[in-house]
Design a protein around this ligand. Structure first.
Ligand SMILES: Cc1cc2nc3c(=O)[nH]c(=O)nc-3n(C[C@H](O)[C@H](O)[C@H](O)COP(=O)(O)OP(=O)(O)OC[C@H]3O[C@@H](n4cnc5c(N)ncnc54)[C@H](O)[C@@H]3O)c2cc1C
Length: 512
């Protein structure tokens, strides 16, 4: 970049890249400064053992067609390795239940009959709320026309559900996942599987009230394929395409360039100082880092008022999910599953998930760990050497702060995860060549995300929409002029979706 940038984006996670691409496409000179040597943040695909590659985020349920089209991501190399992976609720006896589209395989007659109506209702609710994930939250009491219109549209979308379904949404919205599942289904195994997306990534379990249904609807916000997609090359395939799109529009990406602080002069952000000491000036600074990093480490609390600082301090940012990557010499045998191709959920019932959560609440972890397991190399041979495989698993619950520290517990947590896997895939250990376990503390250290939190802070009603990350910073701009947010800690939240990045870009273009 010959000219000095108009906009500096701190962090080249997917939201930073999306924001950069939209801003550069609109003609702004954009510089992205990424601390790691690879762009993509939690979505980057990395080699974790020689010849074996995986990304921390592994599926794309929230990605939308619009982003792919707007940024011409296919032209920049994005493709899918799987359109719609089925979900398999795994049973140690081999009597699994498969969820594929609106069909169940292996379920009871009553559950098979109940599922299409349940799915249709949830899809209807998800569709009503979806447009608001892609809009800037309204400012309450602003008197502005646009804010009033957004609130009006929200009310109208709910009303347009019809009286019966609107009332039903209002009744259901704060239910614990367990109550929702108990209303519709009888099989403990199926209930555990269908409750999974309501809780994964948050400090929630099936009995937690208030947030599960909204989190479930949020996870249903993608429309790329109508199913559970996998990117070619892992999520990193998408990250590379986003980086290529941003560059093609003229953005510059500087990797291995951690920002140490944002420079503020007379209440206005005017540039950044890198860890190397280099200073780069720009009138607009956008942070893809989480809110606590953005406001405290980068900006400094001295530039913020006390109440705002307290609210950021109180954000719940302790991650609960560990990521396990296994390099496998051969394909393991899962009992009763001829071909382990799908999202395999390892949780026999909701109590199993709740028990694991109970242990984590008090700084421990369960012996039997609920897991979401994929073997992405079955769909994508670029991830492992020929005839060998990658196992990629979300393991819950792994509290960010474990009593005694993770160094003392890493081996035993890994042992519990392998033992939990072995109940479904006897002998799997013999296939393991190498293992990488990333606890929330590792994710914090390697990806710069406070607490290693999936959403850069809980996705919860108190931290939602015009309260995300908190009022005073929910519309991408912050109390410091020229300093913006564009990461998962901003509206609408985490998951590979790009909405925070694109909403922030739109907000910036409207204001500047
Ligand atoms: C274990 C786990 C599994 C997940 N699995 C899935 C999944 O399967 N599907 C899904 O949709 N979502 C998943 N998620 C959630 C998803 O990965 C995140 O919500 C998403 O990656 C957030 O994107 P982001 O761009 O906002 O932030 P990030 O991906 O966190 O990127 C932020 C970037 O900012 C950089 N940065 C931070 N500080 C600085 C600094 N000072 N200077 C320069 N750069 C800096 C970081 O290095 C990083 O690259 C998962 C999350 C976790 C923790």
């Amino acid at each position: 970049m010959n000219k000095s940038p108009d906009i500096i984006i701190i962090g080249g996670g997917h939201n930073g890249l999306v924001c950069a691409a939209y801003l550069a496409k609109a003609g702004r000179q954009v510089l992205v400064l990424e601390a790691n040597t690879q762009a993509g943040g939690l979505g980057a695909t990395r080699e974790f053992a020689p010849g074996f590659r995986a990304s921390v985020a592994h599926t794309l349920p929230q990605l939308g067609k619009r982003l792919v089209k707007d940024l011409e991501l296919e032209r920049h190399g994005f493709g899918l390795a799987a359109q719609a992976l089925p979900t398999v609720a795994m049973c140690t006896s081999g009597k699994h239940i498969t969820v594929s589209g609106n069909e169940l395989g292996g379920a009871s007659a009553s559950d098979t009959a109940a599922y299409p109506a349940y799915l249709q209702l949830m899809q209807k609710f998800a569709k009503a709320i979806k447009p608001f994930w892609h809009k800037r939250p309204p400012l309450l009491g602003s008197g502005g026309l646009r804010d009033a219109a957004t609130l009006g549209q929200f009310g109208w979308k709910l009303r347009a559900l019809g009286k019966q379904d609107m009332r039903e949404l209002m009744r259901m919205i704060a239910l614990p996942a367990q109550d929702l599942m108990d209303e519709y289904f009888e099989s403990p195994l199926l209930k555990a599987a269908l409750s999974w997306d309501a809780n994964v990534g948050s400090k929630l379990a099936p009995r937690s009230p208030n947030n599960a249904v909204i989190a479930l609807l949020y996870r249903m916000s993608g429309d790329l394929t109508g199913g559970l997609p996998l990117a070619k090359g892992g999520c990193g395939g998408l990250m590379d395409a986003l980086a290529a799109a941003a560059r093609a529009h003229g953005a510059e990406l500087r990797l291995g360039s951690p920002v140490a602080r944002v420079i503020v002069e007379q209440g206005q952000a005017t540039g950044v100082q890198l860890g190397s000491g280099e200073i780069i000036s720009a009138p607009t600074i956008v942070s893809n880092a989480d809110p606590r990093t953005s406001f405290f480490k980068l900006l400094g609390a001295r530039h913020l008022d006390v109440q705002f600082t307290h609210r950021i301090n109180r954000l719940r940012m302790d991650g609960q999910v560990a990521k396990l990557h296994l390099a496998l010499e051969s394909l393991p045998n899962f009992t009763g599953l001829a071909h382990p191709d799908g999202r395999l959920l390892l949780a026999p019932d909701m109590a199993y998930i709740e028990n694991a959560f109970d242990a984590a609440k008090y700084g421990g972890y369960a012996r039997q760990l609920p897991m979401e397991v994929l073997l992405p190399s079955l769909r994508d041979d670029s991830l492992a050497p020929r005839d060998q495989h990658v196992l990629s698993a979300l393991v819950q619950y792994a509290p960010y702060t474990v009593k005694g520290g993770w160094d003392a517990h890493r081996d035993s947590f890994l042992e519990n995860a392998l033992a939990s896997l072995e109940r479904y895939a006897p002998g799997i250990r013999e296939c393991v060549i190498a293992a990488e376990l990333l606890t929330p503390a590792d994710l914090e250290q390697q990806f710069g995300v406070t607490g290693g939190h999936w959403h850069h802070g809980e996705f919860a009603l108190d931290n939602w929409w015009m309260n995300r990350p908190t009022y005073g910073a929910s519309r991408y701009h912050t109390p410091v002029s020229g300093f913006y947010l564009c990461g998962a800690g901003a509206h609408p939240g985490g998951g590979i979706m790009g909405a925070a990045g694109s909403n922030a870009a739109r907000a910036l273009l409207e204001e500047n």
